[in-house]
Design a protein around this ligand. Sequence first.
Ligand SMILES: *[C@@H]1O[C@H](CO)[C@@H](O)[C@H](O)[C@H]1NC(C)=O
Ligand SMILES: *[C@@H]1O[C@H](CO)[C@@H](O)[C@H](O)[C@H]1NC(C)=O
Ligand SMILES: *[C@@H]1O[C@H](CO)[C@@H](O)[C@H](O)[C@H]1NC(C)=O
Ligand SMILES: *[C@@H]1O[C@H](CO)[C@@H](O)[C@H](O)[C@H]1NC(C)=O
Ligand SMILES: *[C@@H]1O[C@H](CO)[C@@H](O)[C@H](O)[C@H]1NC(C)=O
Ligand SMILES: *[C@@H]1O[C@H](CO)[C@@H](O)[C@H](O)[C@H]1NC(C)=O
Ligand SMILES: *[C@@H]1O[C@H](CO)[C@@H](O)[C@H](O)[C@H]1NC(C)=O
Ligand SMILES: *[C@@H]1O[C@H](CO)[C@@H](O)[C@H](O)[C@H]1NC(C)=O
Ligand SMILES: *[C@@H]1O[C@H](CO)[C@@H](O)[C@H](O)[C@H]1NC(C)=O
Ligand SMILES: *[C@@H]1O[C@H](CO)[C@@H](O)[C@H](O)[C@H]1NC(C)=O
Ligand SMILES: *[C@@H]1O[C@H](CO)[C@@H](O)[C@H](O)[C@H]1NC(C)=O
Ligand SMILES: *[C@@H]1O[C@H](CO)[C@@H](O)[C@H](O)[C@H]1NC(C)=O
Length: 499
Amino acid sequence: MQTIHFYCHLIWGVWCFLQVIAKDYVQLSHDGPVVLGGTITFRADVYRDGKRPKETFIYIWNDNSLMKHKYESKETSNTTTFWSINYPRESNIPGNYTVELEVKYLTYSIFWVFYTSARIEFEISESLNGNVAIKQVNKTIAGEYVSSTNETKLTIDLRKGDYNFIMQKATAILTYWFIDCKYYGQTNDFAFVYNFTSPGITYEVGALVIASYDPPTTTTMAPTTTIAPVNVTTVASNTTITNSNGTLVAVITLPITITSVKHLMKSTIALPINISTIEPANISLPYICSNTSLIPPDPKKTYGYFYKKIRVRAPVSNISVEGTNWIQPWDMLSLNVTCKGSGPFSKCLQFHRGKYNATGNETCDYVDLNLHSCNFSIIHYFLEPGVYTILIILNNEVSTQIYPLTINIYKVTTKPQLSVIVVPVSCSVVAVVLIVFGVAYYIQSRARFTIEVADFDFGQSNPEMEYKTFTERLRDSFNNTVRPGSKQLNVRYYGSMNH
Ligand SMILES: *[C@@H]1O[C@H](CO)[C@@H](O)[C@H](O)[C@H]1NC(C)=O
Ligand SMILES: *[C@@H]1O[C@H](CO)[C@@H](O)[C@H](O)[C@H]1NC(C)=O
Ligand SMILES: *[C@@H]1O[C@H](CO)[C@@H](O)[C@H](O)[C@H]1NC(C)=O
Ligand SMILES: *[C@@H]1O[C@H](CO)[C@@H](O)[C@H](O)[C@H]1NC(C)=O
Ligand SMILES: *[C@@H]1O[C@H](CO)[C@@H](O)[C@H](O)[C@H]1NC(C)=O
Ligand SMILES: *[C@@H]1O[C@H](CO)[C@@H](O)[C@H](O)[C@H]1NC(C)=O
Ligand SMILES: *[C@@H]1O[C@H](CO)[C@@H](O)[C@H](O)[C@H]1NC(C)=O
Ligand SMILES: *[C@@H]1O[C@H](CO)[C@@H](O)[C@H](O)[C@H]1NC(C)=O
Ligand SMILES: *[C@@H]1O[C@H](CO)[C@@H](O)[C@H](O)[C@H]1NC(C)=O
Ligand SMILES: *[C@@H]1O[C@H](CO)[C@@H](O)[C@H](O)[C@H]1NC(C)=O
Ligand SMILES: *[C@@H]1O[C@H](CO)[C@@H](O)[C@H](O)[C@H]1NC(C)=O
Ligand SMILES: *[C@@H]1O[C@H](CO)[C@@H](O)[C@H](O)[C@H]1NC(C)=O
């Protein structure tokens, strides 16, 4: 009996222990905050020990809004589940609320047992949620730096749930654009194109989105109750706005003051207007520039206030390199590089053997950051002759420039030196001189020989001479010479004696 008791306790203890160890939890998230009237989506992810459990669940959602919504999902083995809930304008008020989720799982195929629960806060906001996105040359810019040489497209990037809500429900959506508190016109596509052309200047862009829900008939029949659209084709790409009967109209009661927006809408006289008579600079909506009052002037409309700082920078341009790129091995390569654009710059160099075609997305291991002026030198030694490419990669906050530089390192022998030319030339000159002298000497000595030979009298008969050739006579005279005691004799004497 005691042992059974013990085992029961042991099993219970182990089970309890496992329950504590096995951590069940649910992770909640949402895509809020949501504008009053919009839809928010909650997401739940169920885990056990970081893994997805294999059970059958039901999910019970609750919120603490005025309407106290409750939703119970169907049985599912899916451990990821969503709940989308709409907060209509009529029955809700802005504020911070809580959503609670209870997860139950099926045991023994009959009982639903509590598994885990969680809660999350969310906000129902008065105004539209989103931010200002910047694009240049079709590329979204992450920071706040824009290039002064390209057109800048500003768009209101609304939260998806808010966007869907106003696109479905609103009858008119207009965006009013301000740069440094000056009014630059309105658009109906959330976009505005502008050229920020002064480098070094910081601009404050403001945008006011107004979504109204008046039936379209009201607008046309009583134009004094609404802000009438204006033809602002000079400001943005597609902003031609006409009211429903096609007449171009514009607001002319300006400037607008902080407290009088509602009043303005009542008192506005809309009439066809020549756009060139509007001077945007004279129009101001103070409440977009001073955040003292963000109370919507008209509770029947939905507003959105958006700000963005824009810093204008001139892109890197006009890279110029001074110095020679044709050097010998061991000679120092010394180049001075300058460029134009807004600082600070970052610079890096890549060395490649041979010719190199830049792909445009080269990166560097070592980057020289925060150069205040674009003016630096490149000093390098190349040991081996050949062709090299130095890539100069220059960045600033708005641009990257890759500048390839070809360096030729030539061998000494490839360019023949003076001594190499001089030696053979002087040798041949000497040779030619020797030959000329030799030939001249030969001719001269031959001429002398011929003259002396002319002294021979071949005409006289000389019996000895008859049968003796020149060589025989030479040999004879040679023999006479070497013979001891004999008189010295040579060809010349011989000839003279014959005289
Ligand atoms: C779980 O639910 C999500 C969202 O509803 C769905 O995308 C996914 O395919 C489901 N997974 C399974 C295993 O049913
Ligand atoms: C909701 O809470 C956030 C902070 O979590 C706060 O900034 C915001 O003002 C609150 N909204 C309201 C309406 O109280
Ligand atoms: C930008 O994109 C639009 C459409 O997406 C295209 O028509 C236009 O040519 C593009 N402009 C540039 C400069 O790439
Ligand atoms: C953007 O600016 C660069 C000069 O920095 C220019 O070469 C290019 O053509 C511009 N692109 C557009 C679409 O204006
Ligand atoms: C911006 O400048 C470019 C070129 O100078 C011009 O074609 C374009 O129309 C300008 N855009 C605006 C909105 O002024
Ligand atoms: C169009 O509407 C305007 C007011 O919005 C009105 O003054 C004008 O007479 C209308 N024109 C036509 C042709 O209906
Ligand atoms: C301007 O926008 C309207 C709708 O907002 C569209 O029907 C029209 O085609 C657009 N025009 C141009 C030139 O993009
Ligand atoms: C607009 O006004 C200017 C002068 O203010 C005038 O020269 C021009 O002809 C007017 N345009 C139209 C379409 O009325
Ligand atoms: C309004 O814009 C359209 C098309 O962009 C143009 O044809 C019309 O002349 C403009 N109207 C005025 C009054 O400027
Ligand atoms: C580079 O600049 C330095 C001083 O800034 C100067 O002494 C040198 O001669 C310059 N070199 C070339 C090749 O211009
Ligand atoms: C670089 O490009 C040129 C022409 O675009 C091509 O002829 C050459 O072969 C390329 N060189 C390398 C190393 O890819
Ligand atoms: C950029 O680099 C990646 C990988 O480093 C390469 O796949 C891609 O083709 C390169 N892009 C260009 C334009 O060269």
